[in-house]
Design a binder for this molecule. Structure first.
Ligand code: 2HG
Ligand code: ZN
Length: 483
């Protein structure tokens, strides 16, 4: 069944009201490209429902008329998972108007929020209740909780608090046919069969549209200490991580690796920031400790860890934050590396994870292979060493144009880096998801049985393949093998 734009617009306007439905090109534009401006698509209609029921009504109408649906949050994905394709046949459903914090239960340490609440607003609501919502990613001002859930967002606090998957206790989802599955429970124990909510977390909107969740909160730490540390190499960083976990009584809340080219790039981008360290070093770590104890005790623990690191030859230099402003300055440097790469153009992003015990060897091997292609490639390597995930993002040589670099090296670099991670029993997408960028690579890195199971789940929930089609799941080699 083919539906005209006019028919769709009239029907959907009826369901959500004229203020929440648009076909005008200039109004649709922000929903048709991602925030970096890399992916572009088209859509018949963009709707911004104001209630879960409206989302259900729109999806139900689309299901009955065979219209594809693309759910969208803050549009900060790096994988093109929330931008429609260029056929112009889809309806984009933006969740941004479902932006209410529904309740906070301080005794249960939970908070119920709608999908369109930004991560920053969710963190603020928790803070207002003297609690911590621990998910921490650089795009918190724009990204939305629904997107965080749908991509199982990770970030810098995973080593302490887990991924989004670990922070969701209850969920409300609009299913591909428009039915509403509501289980907004704040339970830490519930063994009543399949844990259905997990199906929708990390599914990138291919199985249902997340409209609300119950999130787990943590006590706010009372003390924070941080240091920007020059380490000898990634092996030394891993050894320091072990020492820090033990020496601090498990108080490490972040352990972020930064390579010299990454630091150089971000300082250049920020303009007004300077390196916390006096001299240049090949490798650095931003380590943060938090605890429920006193600042004095935590600083003493930090000093002990650094002393041990120096004594064992792991550390070359360290800058200890003397104030909250110092801590914020360290984080600004770390969190803006990604934007600095976007501005520089010509990066090959590899978001890989391997067991922490293998990560230093992985970085050595991948670096050697990439530099063998061209020693002028800048090895912008950074990220969440504390949980085994690094952003291994080679950047074009200074005198090479982005397009030329990508044409020459994109394929070989991603295949090499992903292949090495895979061989180390790692993942080719640790936290950014699959979207369209990595979809076809799954064929290579997932077993046949895994792919069959993924398609079986997809078909069971979305038999018409209308929810975010063409995302996450590669077309099966043999469609008949999947029923
Ligand atoms: C980060 O850790 C983000 O800064 C973005 O995951 C990483 O842009 C990237 O590759
Ligand atoms: Zn990251």
């Amino acid at each position: 069944m083919t539906v005209s734009v006019q028919t769709a617009a009239e029907a959907l306007t009826e369901l959500v009201g004229a203020a929440n439905c648009t076909v005008a090109a200039q109004d649709k534009r922000p929903y048709l490209t991602d925030y970096r401006g890399i992916f572009h698509g088209e859509a018949m209609v963009v709707v911004t429902p104001v209630s879960t029921q409206q989302v259900g009504d729109v999806v139900s109408w689309c299901y009955r008329h065979d219209v594809p649906v693309v759910p969208q949050g803050g549009n900060t994905s790096l994988m093109g998972g929330a931008v429609p394709d260029d056929t112009g046949t889809a309806v984009v459903i933006s969740l941004r108007k479902l932006n209410r914090v529904l309740s906070v239960d301080v005794v249960n340490d939970t908070m119920t929020v709608q999908a369109g609440v930004t991560l920053a607003a969710a963190r603020e609501a928790a803070e207002n209740a003297q609690r911590l919502f621990p998910l921490r990613i650089g795009s918190e001002g724009s990204c939305q909780i629904g997107g965080n859930v749908s991509t199982n967002a990770g970030g810098t606090a995973v080593l302490r608090y887990g991924n989004m998957r670990d922070l969701v206790l209850g969920i409300e989802v609009v299913l591909p046919d428009g039915r509403i599955y509501s289980s907004l429970k704040g339970l830490r124990k519930d063994n009543t069969g399949y844990d259905l909510k997990q199906l929708f977390i990390g599914a990138e909107g291919t199985l249902g549209i997340v409209t609300a969740v119950v999130l787990k909160l943590a006590p706010q730490p009372r003390a924070t200490a941080a240091a920007f540390i020059a380490v000898k190499n990634p092996h030394a960083a891993v050894a320091l991580l072990q020492a820090a976990k033990i020496g601090s009584g498990n108080a490490v809340s972040a352990f972020e690796l930064v390579s010299a080219p990454a630091l150089e790039l971000v300082l250049d981008y920020l303009g007004d920031a300077k390196s916390p360290l006096q001299h240049a070093h090949e490798w650095m770590v931003l380590m943060e400790l938090t605890s429920g104890g006193t600042d004095e005790a935590l600083h003493a623990a930090l000093l002990d860890i650094l002393e041990l690191g120096f004594a064992e030859g792991l550390i070359e230099d360290a800058a200890i934050a003397a104030s909250l402003a110092d801590i914020q300055a360290f984080w600004r440097i770390r969190e803006d590396i990604s934007d600095a790469q976007t501005r520089a153009g010509g990066s090959i992003k590899c978001d890989v994870s391997v067991p922490i015990s293998r990560i230093a060897d992985f970085i050595d091997a991948a670096s050697a292979e990439v530099l063998a292609l061209d020693p002028e490639i800048r090895l912008v390597i950074y990220g969440h060493l504390g949980d085994g995930n690094v952003h291994f993002n080679p950047l074009r040589p200074r005198d090479q144009q982005a397009a030329e670099f990508l044409a020459r090296h994109y394929r070989v670099v991603s295949e090499t880096v992903d292949g090495l991670a895979h061989r180390e029993h790692g993942s080719i997408s640790a936290e950014h998801g699959i979207g369209v960028v990595k979809r076809d690579d799954l064929r290579k890195y997932k077993s046949e049985v895994e792919l069959q199971l993924m398609w079986q789940v997809k078909r069971a929930l979305d038999p018409k393949n209308l929810l975010n089609p063409g995302r996450v799941l590669p077309e099966p080699d043999d469609p008949c093998a999947i029923h």
